[in-house]
Ligand binder design. Structure first.
Ligand code: HEC
Ligand code: HEC
Length: 306
């Protein structure tokens, strides 16, 4: 009788049991994780969830200092920054055909045609240097375009912004547009909400739908000027507002429109009307109606996020 010997196998078998159960538990947890993410995916929830837990940026809130003088050295630096950080998506010559481009929805912008969506200038005019600096700094919410303010120092962001202008001949041929000034931002009052709603009913429902779910009669099979599919924004997914969802960002998006997309500029309505309709967008976004989202899940307007 050697008790300590008979203990050995016993202890060993408890250990392997424990290991086996641990393994099974892990598998179960993994399975549950996939199940939950799949099931909630059916209701469009994980996109909300993922976006809400990410740093959302606001285009108009980017701190913009004075641009450094555009010397040749600056352009050389910009070219280097572009090569190291942007070609994977936007391509060597800025055609939006980088190595990763085919895996991304929406696709990276093609810079060669001088069509820019995010700017302070009127529709069909070129952005200012500050506008490009803002976009590079903020990135584009809900897309693969990273927020470079968390990665590149200010000087390098200015440099790459000025390098972008060499990728399209338009910048050599035309001056930038004159920025639209909407400030000061008004207070949100019930009167403004009511007036904004009227403007919304008249001008926006066709694409954004009566409750702002992006499901208006003209919303289907839309394309941008590069032939890529595009959807009117669903106002109930505020994290997908590309510039951000503070009132100032929304008002500017309505004033300038998004060049190269069906979202046109509403500047002719006047400054007051623009603020009011932007307020109505926020109001709609906050009025969630359970189950009224068309088709349920996933516009998948999301690429990778760095
Ligand atoms: C991981 C891919 C990726 C990388 C890397 C990337 N971008 Fe982008 N970028 C995109 C995508 C996707 C869009 C399009 C967003 C949309 O459709 O609204 C975009 C849009 C832009 C725009 C918006 C143009 C407009 O319409 O106003 C600018 C400017 C831009 N990128 C600059 C840069 C610069 C500069 C760099 C490098 C410092 C860079 N991007 C790196 C994916 C990327
Ligand atoms: C002809 C269709 C159409 C009409 C009309 C239209 N939009 Fe849009 N809207 C779009 C599309 C398409 C986009 C998506 C653009 C993009 O992804 O770059 C958009 C995007 C937006 C955005 C999101 C901007 C961002 O930063 O992502 C807001 C806000 C918006 N529209 C408000 C309005 C308001 C307010 C009106 C009415 C005054 C209006 N739109 C009328 C098609 C339309």
């Amino acid at each position: 009788m050697l008790p300590h010997r008979s203990h050995f196998p016993h202890r060993h078998s408890v250990h392997s049991h424990w290991k086996r159960w641990f393994f099974i538990l892990m598998l179960l947890l993994l399975y549950l994780f996939f199940l939950v993410s799949h099931v909630s995916g059916q209701h469009g929830a994980p996109w909300h969830w993922m976006h809400m837990h990410r740093t959302l940026v606001s285009w108009t809130s980017v701190t913009v200092g004075t641009p450094p003088a555009a010397e040749t050295k600056m352009l050389a630096l910009g070219k280097e920054i572009y090569r190291n950080n942007c070609t994977v998506c936007h391509g060597d010559t800025g055609k939006g055909d980088g190595r990763w481009a085919n895996y991304l929805t929406p696709r990276p912008r093609n810079f060669t045609r001088g069509i820019f969506r995010f700017k302070s200038t009127p529709s069909s005019t070129l952005p200012t240097d500050k506008d490009l600096f803002r976009t590079v700094s903020a990135g584009v919410n809900g897309t693969a375009m990273p927020s470079w303010q968390f990665v590149l120092p200010e000087k390098e962001r200015w440099a790459v912004a000025s390098y972008l202008k060499t990728l399209s001949k338009d910048f050599a041929e035309e001056a930038s547009g004159k920025p639209i000034v909407l400030a000061p931002e008004p207070d949100i009052t019930p009167e403004r909400v009511a007036r904004g709603e009227q403007i919304f009913r008249k001008n926006c429902v066709e694409c954004h739908g009566p409750e702002g779910y992006g499901d208006g009669p003209s919303a289907w099979n839309m394309e941008d000027s590069f032939g890529d599919p595009i959807e009117p924004r669903n106002f109930h997914r505020v994290a997908e507002f590309k510039r951000g969802h503070p009132l100032g960002d929304i008002a500017l998006a309505v004033a300038t429109g998004s060049d190269g997309t069906p979202m046109s500029s509403f500047s002719p309505l006047g400054k007051e009307a623009i603020w009011n309709v932007a307020i109505s967008v926020i109001y709609l976004a906050e009025n969630e109606e359970e189950g009224s989202e068309p088709g349920g899940c996933c516009s998948m307007g999301m690429g990778m996020r760095m």
